[in-house]
Structures are given as structure tokens and as C-alpha cells.
Design a protein around this ligand. Sequence first.
Ligand code: ATP
Length: 271
Amino acid sequence: MNCPPKLGVQADPLTHGTPRCVSRVTNVEAVYRDHPALQLRGLTKRYGDGTLALEDFDLEIPAGAFFGLLGPNGAGKTTLISAVCNLLRVTEGEISVFGEPHDSLQARSWVGLAEQDINLDRFLTVRETLTYHGGYWGMRDPEERADELIEAFGLGHKSDTRAPRLSGGQRRRLLLARALMHRPRLVILDEPTAGVDFELRQELWRYIRGLHAQGTTILLTTHYLEEAEELCDEIALIRDGHLIARDDAAGLRDHFGVARLQDAYVKAMAS
Ligand code: ATP
């Protein structure tokens, strides 16, 4: 494969190793290595109606981590993600992505978000959903990349179908494909497997693991503790807008003196 002078060849996890051109610029690599993927300092969000969703929240997620964010309904997980992705204005605090302010164009381009709500444009086909997203990020090869993802997510027979005519599982796949379209360094998945069947869950896990193995940082929220235990190398437990504990699954079990992550979770939420 021939790449332009500043680009090198790297295998793509989504296309089972099909090579693609990637940046070889050393200072970009240094940025990924030398800065945490995500850093939150003193993050506070008070909504207009007075609800305090996050309070003085600090969190650092290392580059390359597979990080789980767990907490009950209303704990502040989606608020945190929305703040990182510039979908809401924070009340106080700082957020940086690989060392860059989260609202800079550079930081925005490094993040890919698959939201909890399936927010697909009902008038766009599968292919258009992906190519428009690529166009938004100024990609020069959106069609080629869209084809790769359509293939990788098994949507080939639906590529000209509009979102309302897709099944729930197909919409989930498209949502994830769209989040990956511009090749983000930090992928944020807000309950990606909520309501999906066993088979699709296994498939999504495989994709996400493949991405992570290639160096992509993953931030995952889930209510499935076994999912967090299976996938994440670190887990943060949050409740009422505060960080309660953070460790790997074994560390959390030790910390709370229990044998199962479920019991650690229950203890953490009761403390
Ligand atoms: P879930 O697991 O149910 O998705 P979550 O941890 O993602 O919950 P958030 O959606 O971040 O929780 O909500 C945190 C708190 O902020 C909740 O009390 C919620 O009611 C409140 N909240 C969220 N969005 C708004 C809003 N737009 N206006 C006012 N309050 C809000």
C-alpha cells in the first residue's frame, strides 16, 4: 500500500487487518503518549432547574485505557460524557483531551461518541449517515471509510436503507460505526449494549476490544457489571455526581472486602 510521505501503514482492527494510512508525525504520537486521554478537574454541573449533577469532580483516564464508568440512574454519567463532548456547558471546572482543551477543534476531532439515545437522522440512509459525518470532520475519503465500516458492522444489505427502517440492533451498529467514522483516539460509549441481544452484545464487544487492542482509548458506561468486569481494565464508581471509588475489578472487590463486583457496587452505593 502506498501512503503519502508523512503517513505510514497500520492495520485497521475493524477491517480485520486491512492496512490504512496513519500519521507518522512524531509530535502527534508524543501527544497521545505524554498526556492522559481525558482529564477532568473540579468539574461541576448544575442544571437550570438547580439539579447538581456533578460536583467538583476530578478524573484522569490514561491514554490507551479501557475505562468503565458505573453508577445508578441519575449518578451523572451522561452529564459527564456530555460535558466532555461539548453537548452542555459546565458550571465550573476544566476538561482536557490528550492535553488539549476539550472545546478546541483538535480535541473534538479526537473524540468519537456513541450516545445512549439512538439519535440518527431519519432522512439519511446508512451510507449517507456515515459519509455526512465524515464530511463534517473534513475527511477526504468518507466513501471508502464508510464502505469499510458498513462491511465491518454487517450492514451491507442495508446501506441504502433509512434509519427508521432499520431494526434496533442495526441502528445500534450504525450508531457505533458513525462514532468510529473519523477514526477517533478516544471512543466514548454510553450504554452501547442497552437492550441488545446476546449475539450483538458479543459482536460489539469484539469490535470494541479490537479497537482497544490497536491503541484506542475507550470510555464505557454500562449498567451491566459483568460487561465492565469483562472489558474494562479500570472502573470508576460514581454516585450523586461524586467519585466513590476507582480501581480494577479485583481492587474494588478487595477494597470493599467482597468476592463479587456486584457486592462491591452495592456496598459502594450504600456507603
Ligand atoms: P442513567 O444511568 O439513568 O442514564 P446518568 O448517570 O447518566 O443516569 P445523568 O443523565 O447524568 O445520569 O443525570 C444526572 C442528574 O442530572 C439526574 O438527577 C438528572 O435528572 C439530572 N439531569 C440530567 N439532564 C438534565 C437536564 N437537562 N435538566 C435538569 N436536570 C437534568
